[in-house]
Design a protein. Sequence first.
Length: 332
Amino acid sequence: MNYMKKVILSGIQATGNLTLGNYVGALKNFVKMQDEYECYYMIANLHALTVRRTPEELRENTMKIIATYISAGIDPEKSTIFIQSMVPDHAELGWILDCYTYMGELSRMTQFKDKSSKHADNINAGLFTYPVLMAGDILLYGADVVPVGEDQKQHLEITRDIADRFNKLYGDTFKIPEPFIPKTGARIMGLQNPNSKMSKSSTIPNDTIFLVDTPDEITKKIKKAITDSEGIIRYDEENKPGVSNLMSIYGIIKNKQMDEIEKEFEGKNYGVFKEEVAKAIIEELEPFQNKYNELLNNRDYLEKIYTEGSKKAHEKARTTLEEVYKKVGLII
Ligand code: ATP
Ligand code: LTN
């Protein structure tokens, strides 16, 4: 029964075309979890403001993520899909939680350090307080579980710390959330630089597979992927990061363990292996891409989904926010 279900909240930033990393690390799990949990899936467009882009780009990226969610298998009848900026409670709780978060703990966040070195000309305060807004996203819905990739683990830890701090001061208010990080695929690496994660905003050519890449592009990128000179398909993250990364991608798509893959490709060369990896990705993405292109041409439908979803999300979030306002002494 619905009211017994545990709650899930997760989100993806509206910062560009989604990658195979987003798909494997996050999206695939969003889809899997929707029968068992009450799910809220958000498009984090407020978070996307931390990096400069044109208003048109941000609007378009937001629509693309909604279309991606549905095409990947999130069913709007089962899960609530909403836009962060359409639920004002996020920005409001973000401010309150800012006052319960310390500069010291924020300055330890690796994403902040990463992003500030990548965008040295725009180290804005939003980039610094980003995890606090994210904590608010999660705590507003009383989420039990938050499915994310490995890079978000630290943000979940700070969310738990902020919630716990608030609860100690004002009595039980927030549910303490657990991260859900998949065992394999939580950190898909770049194809050209297998020592750093595959990312939407990577500027290295052929490093990232986008969910909208054509079969030819996918084949070309996989063929060019960095491997090593050993010539053996063997899982060894430390010494063979490129091959191990391709094996993880293949394993997730084909639902195979690493030792099975090693057996399957025993005595075969990297060329043969790469062809199979590319084929697996292309097959996996084909139904997704068909649906995606159809949805992007049906803006009325997308609007209906996010309008209804945001209204539902707002109703739930408001209850939490009002409780917080009362507890801290704000008049509403
Ligand atoms: P950006 O490059 O703009 O920082 P991103 O590609 O890192 O974006 P996010 O919007 O920050 O994407 O992430 C959305 C979700 O996808 C998060 O749960 C994140 O952990 C997961 N994710 C992102 N990249 C990867 C990856 N390479 N492997 C596995 N999961 C990933
Ligand atoms: N910071 C996340 C996106 C995000 C998120 C959230 C994820 C914003 N709010 C709440 C889970 C829960 C990222 O993937 N970069």
